[in-house]
Each structure stands twice: as C-alpha cells, then as structure tokens.
Design a binder for this molecule. Structure first.
Ligand code: IDC
Length: 334
C-alpha cells in the first residue's frame, strides 16, 4: 500500500516537472511517438458533402476545415510523416494538403516514387484523424489537359485505394494558368471526375479555376454539373486583396461553393515578406463565409511563406520557437 502510494507520488512529481519544463521552454507538449490526432476531424464529422455553398458533415452541420499544405512532396517528404502531420493536429488543424507536383521533378518524371510517398503521407494523415487533400499540383504546366492522360490513370489508382475512406478530398488541378482557360478546365474536369466517381462516389472533389485559381467568378458563370464539388480560390496576402475577395463574393452569390485550398502570408512568389494586415482581412472574410482553407506551406525552406524556421525538424513535435512569423500567425487560427 505504502509502496503504491510512493510510486504514485513520484509519478505525479515527474509529470509536473515534465509539464513545467514544457511550459518554460515553450515546447509543444508532444513527446516523440505521442499520438496527436485532430480533435474536430473525421471521427467527429464523418463523410463530408456539399450543400449549397457549404461543406457539411455527416450530421448535415456546416463544417470548416483548416490546416497546412505541404510544400512540394518531391522536396520536403520529411514534413508529411505521421509525427510531422500530427504536430499540426496538436495545434488544432483538422486538414492536411499534400501537394504532389506534376512537373519540376514531381509525378510525371517519377511516378512510382511519388506514388509511394503520397500513399505514406495520406496514410499518415488518416492515422491522425485528419481530412487530407490529394493535390494534383499543376503549376508551370498551366493547362491541366497537358497531362490529362496521366491524371486519369493517377486518380483511378488513388481513388481505388481511398474511395472507401471519408478522410480524402481530391483536388484535380492546383492552379491552371496561361492556356488553362475555364473551357479547357471544364473539359479536363469532365474527363477526370467520372474516373474518381467510379471508386469514390461521393467524396468531395476540388476543381481549380483560371489564372492560378483566382477566377471563381468565371467558373460560377458555367459550373460543372456533378454534386459534391467545390471550386478553388487561392490568395497570397502580399499580392491579392479586396478585388479577389470581390470575385469570391460574386461566386458565392451565384451559389458556387468555394474552398481556399492554398493561401499564403507572403506575396505570390512565396516570399517577399509577411502581410499580417491583409491576412487579417482574409481571415475575417473566410470566417464570415465559413470557407475552409490550407496554408502554404509546411516546410522549413528559407522563404517567408514557410511555417517553420530553417533546420526545424517536425518529427519530435513543433515548438513555438520553431515557427516563423507566418507559422505563428497561421497556427494560431487552427
Ligand atoms: C512555390 C514555392 C517555391 C517554389 C515554387 C516553384 O513556394 O519554393 O520554388 O513554388 O515550384 C502557388 C503555387 C505554389 C507556389 C506558391 C508560391 O501553388 O506551388 O510555391 N504559389 O509561389 N500559387 C501561388 C503562389
């Protein structure tokens, strides 16, 4: 009896010391191997669907997803491990976006390697009770039709693997630009969506819009005819302001569901400062319209949109001191 009491007192003491050290050093209280899971994630909301312009959960209540986007999976795989993704859940994120570039050394030139990494990352997010976006990250290849054949084969594979789980959202083209007009995006979407739907009949699908996913107003003029679709609007606080919110407003007024699947605190280059005042306006706007979002990006590259400082290693949790100015701002809104 006495021994048990003694053991108990010692355990309480050790725990208080650990908590105390955690608070003093400002570390996130997530020891390596701890299972950090989203508190308002998939177990709580189940299958998502789109009702009017809103994303709703299985109970029909509106739900907002927010979290980080990875940087290019080909460059920063260490930020999409289970522990790394779990660290964002410990700050309150319920979404993670996996940016799988098509070009720039991504999927098109390394199909099996990228697929392996993608599967590991999606599985990791699932173990963390999070929603996860599989992002076909076109960028320099401005017209999504350029790799339409590859996209169809890719989405056939991934939807077959994940069509039965409620965690996964499919983003079929990150940012069309140049020749990627709405007419061409529509034609691409009409080819790719049925492929996904065969395996994932009701999963939410995100469709990119022209001009680096800004022209949601144009998409609203001639939307696609499938249920459970949302349309991407991307912004960078140092570049995009009231005029782009105007486009979103126009789209919403016309009944188009909008998802901010990528936004940054920097300029559209990914660097060039951190624009908190404009970000404040966007956050207010997104809250007002219950828009879901993913922030660019969860990596430690030396650019102002990166959430982590150079050398930060998310494998053992993310302490506040490892967050950049952008990271501190964004993580406080999860
Ligand atoms: C940027 C990265 C940068 C990289 C560049 C090219 O931050 O490190 O060198 O891509 O691959 C987007 C794109 C996103 C961009 C980001 C910032 O979706 O890939 O990342 N951005 O430029 N659209 C608007 C801005």
């Amino acid at each position: 009896m006495f021994l048990k009491l003694k053991a108990c007192v010692i355990a309480v003491l050790v725990l208080s010391i650990l908590i105390g050290v955690g608070i003093m050093t400002g570390t996130a209280f997530a020891a390596p191997g701890d299972v950090e899971t989203a508190s308002n994630g998939v177990a709580q909301n189940g299958w998502l669907s789109v009702k009017g312009t809103s994303l709703v959960n299985e109970q029909g209540q509106s739900v907002v997803l927010h979290g980080m986007s990875s940087h290019g999976l080909q460059w920063f795989p260490q930020f999409t491990t289970s522990n790394a993704i779990g660290a964002t859940a410990s700050y309150g994120a319920n979404l993670f976006r996996i940016a799988m570039y098509t070009a720039e050394g991504g999927y098109i030139s390394n199909k099996s390697g990228m697929l392996r990494q993608l599967y590991q990352s999606v599985d990791a997010a699932i173990t963390r009770n999070m929603y996860v976006i599989i992002d076909w990250h076109i960028l320099k290849d401005g017209n999504p039709q350029r790799y339409q054949k590859e996209a169809k084969a890719f989405f056939k594979k991934v939807s077959k693997r994940y069509g039965h789980v409620p965690n996964v959202l499919y983003e079929i083209c990150n940012e069309p630009n140049g020749k990627g007009t709405w007419r061409r995006i529509r034609s691409y979407a009409n080819a790719v969506i049925p492929v996904i739907r065969r395996n994932a009949p009701s999963s939410v699908i995100l469709v990119g819009t022209p001009t680096w996913s800004q022209d949601v107003d144009i998409a609203a003029g001639n939307p696609l005819s499938y249920p459970n679709l949302m349309y991407s609007c991307h912004f960078y606080a140092g570049t995009h302001g009231e005029w782009l919110r105007g486009k979103v407003k126009t789209a919403l007024d016309k009944g188009l569901p909008v998802f901010v699947s990528e936004w940054g605190m920097s300029t559209a280059t990914g660097s060039g400062g951190v624009y908190t005042e404009e970000a404040d306006r966007w956050i207010r706007f997104m809250r007002q319209h219950k828009l879901s979002w993913a922030n660019w990006s969860y990596c430690n590259k030396g650019e102002s949109s990166a959430a982590l400082v150079p050398n930060a290693d998310p494998e053992d949790g993310v302490s506040r001191s490892e967050l950049t100015k952008s990271g501190r701002y964004v993580f406080s809104y999860f």
